[in-house]
Design a protein around this ligand. Structure first.
Ligand SMILES: NC(=O)c1ccc[n+]([C@@H]2O[C@H](COP(=O)([O-])OP(=O)(O)OC[C@H]3O[C@@H](n4cnc5c(N)ncnc54)[C@H](O)[C@@H]3O)[C@@H](O)[C@H]2O)c1
Ligand SMILES: O=C(O)[C@H](O)COP(=O)(O)O
Length: 521
């Protein structure tokens, strides 16, 4: 990038809408979702790194005098930041040199590239573009092969529940810095392998909970009244007005397995319909309303008219509903799964429905799901599928529990914000596989400040070595935390001359416990 390109800055007056995420000066403890809706479309794109240098860290926010920070500093900031985007073992000395600020040389230049898969909300894509990133938006999920081929061009990836980020994909992509799961579940990512390679993973823990809870309420009523069967018959010209086997839901017992964000939300809605609610969870959780926790899954199954699952896919929950558990359910009860496909043995469910032991079921999630819309929901995904397609009072939906405009917008905003905050500021609040670390923003008064973001193995003596390297400078603030095998240190250092940055970067990167070193300012 030439110096003139680097001089490009958004033309913002005090009355202009902000062109960056409104990150407060001290972000500690403030959930990303509290930052409000996506910011308006920017009129001028700006590098996230330039925006950090010239705007983002100002305690005064947009329109403050800190925007007057020198352009050459912003340009140099871009160059310095980008050295950190290279793989941890990239030889710094061999980076190609480009024309830098003030005619001097600078390191390789470029933009952060983000790959968004699975039709992630377009507002999120625009938000990331406005933050200065290059964004590629794809509507389908990628297979492992496609990821191995295409991901090496990107520093960040956004996925939903279908794309599997395996250890193989992680190992093949040392340039990858961050993964955004634009959904609740994170079972599709090898979180441990990602952490060990210094890749932070973020999700949206509750932005679609309400959408799922509402879908379950609709399914409870639809099953109870055999709605989809009646509708299907009428579409074929058959008038079949029956009341036999159709019930009100008032006074019936709903059994919720997993009383987390969705389960608890559903509990409140179900009571408003006059249902009695019981729930089973592996941890004691305070009931809402008059709901009641039971001690065992069997207890819940034997007492409920409707059983609905809201557990994550983890080793303990895989296969938790099989032939034995279905036999423990009441005769004529209904079963609903909007959690994850592998939690249920669908052949056993087909048996329970075919034998009329169960009166109906609603299934939104499957052990294997097609990667894109269109034909493909067939026996190749499991021998039970042709059986399920023949059954009465069985509602099959294509994993749409969280698919509402509201949920997708909220998730887009939340996860896109988390990605920008991590890439531009190093903040890991809300990460599912990293320790949560944040520092209040650099004041940006002093151009000689830098921020060290250091992901390392959790071993004794690391901080001593790092602080030795930093000891010639003033460490304004630092915070470190660990999670399992990895630890993360953020430190703001002042009094750093431009000529010293590469040296600090190289020394820290070469420490024995280094996983990923980034310098930001
Ligand atoms: N169908 C969809 O589109 C859709 C949308 C959102 C979420 N989901 C799925 O729903 C799951 C639940 O979402 P949430 O936001 O309520 O999660 P959550 O983490 O808030 O709650 C999950 C609850 O399950 C409990 N739990 C864990 N293991 C258990 C076990 N063996 N037995 C009983 N309880 C157990 C946990 O203690 C927790 O209370 C997600 O993990 C995701 O897989 C699906
Ligand atoms: O984990 C989730 O949030 C849900 O399963 C929704 O996944 P989706 O974004 O792929 O629809």
């Amino acid at each position: 990038m030439s110096a003139s390109n680097a001089n490009r800055r958004p033309s913002v007056s005090a009355s202009d809408p902000p062109t960056f995420i409104p990150i407060p000066a001290n972000t500690r403890g403030i959930p990303a979702s509290s930052f409000g809706p996506l910011s308006p479309v920017a009129t001028t794109g700006t590098s996230p790194l330039a925006s950090y240098a010239s705007y983002g860290t100002s305690p005064q926010g947009p329109g403050s005098h800190n925007r007057q920070r020198s352009t050459s500093s912003a340009a140099f900031g871009i160059a310095r930041q980008l050295t950190a985007f290279l793989p941890a073992d990239y030889p710094l000395d061999e980076e190609p040199e480009h024309e830098g600020p003030n005619g001097g040389s600078a390191k390789k230049q470029g933009k952060v590239k983000v790959l968004l898969l699975e039709n992630i909300n377009l507002d999120a894509a625009n938000f990331l573009k406005n933050a200065g990133y290059e964004v590629d938006h794809v509507s389908k999920a990628y297979s492992e092969e496609e990821l191995l081929q295409k991901l090496p061009n990107y520093q960040a990836i956004g996925i939903r529940s279908k794309t599997k980020i395996t250890k193989k994909v992680i190992d093949a992509n040392p340039q990858l810095l961050v993964i955004g799961c634009f959904c609740i579940g994170t079972n599709q990512v090898d979180l441990d392998s990602a952490a060990k390679k210094g890749i932070a993973v973020f999700n949206s823990p509750f932005s679609n909970s309400r959408s799922v809870a509402e879908l379950v309420i609709s399914e409870i009523i639809a099953l109870s009244r055999q709605l989809t069967d009646r509708s299907g018959e009428l579409k074929q010209g058959i008038w079949n007005k029956v009341s036999k086997g159709c019930w009100e839901i008032r006074g019936k017992t709903l059994g919720i397995v997993g009383y987390g964000h969705i389960g608890a939300q559903l509990s409140v809605l179900a009571e408003a319909f006059g249902m009695s609610v019981i729930y089973y969870d592996v941890i004691p959780i305070m009931p809402l309303g008059t709901a009641r926790q039971v001690d065992t899954l069997e207890d819940l199954l034997s007492k409920s008219d409707f059983v609905t699952l809201h557990v994550p896919e983890i080793p303990d929950t895989i296969g938790m509903m099989g032939a034995l558990e279905f036999s423990q359910m009441k005769n004529g009860a209904y079963f609903i799964n909007n959690a994850r496909g592998k939690v249920v043995d669908l052949d056993a469910l087909a048996d329970a429905l075919e034998s009329k032991h169960l009166a109906g079921a609603a299934i939104d999630v499957f052990p294997r799901e097609p990667g894109s819309n269109g034909p493909g929901f067939d026996g190749s995904l499991g021998s039970f599928i042709p059986r399920l397609r023949q059954l009465n009072n069985l509602i099959l939906t294509p994993h749409i529990g969280g698919s509402t405009e509201e949920a997708q917008r909220a998730i887009g905003s939340e996860v896109a914000t988390a990605l920008v905050r991590y890439l531009n500021y190093g903040t890991t609040l809300g990460s599912v596989n990293f320790p949560e670390v944040d520092l209040r923003a650099i004041t940006a008064q002093d151009e000689r400040h830098i921020r060290l973001c250091f992901v390392h193995r959790n071993e004794p003596g690391v901080l001593k070595v790092v602080n030795n390297i930093l000891s010639d400078h003033n460490i304004e603030k630092q915070f470190s935390d660990s999670k399992g095998d990895i630890a993360y240190l953020m430190a703001d250092i002042s009094g750093v001359g431009h000529e010293e940055v590469a040296d600090i970067y190289t020394q820290i990167k070469r420490t024995q416990a280094n996983i990923l070193t980034r310098l930001l300012y």
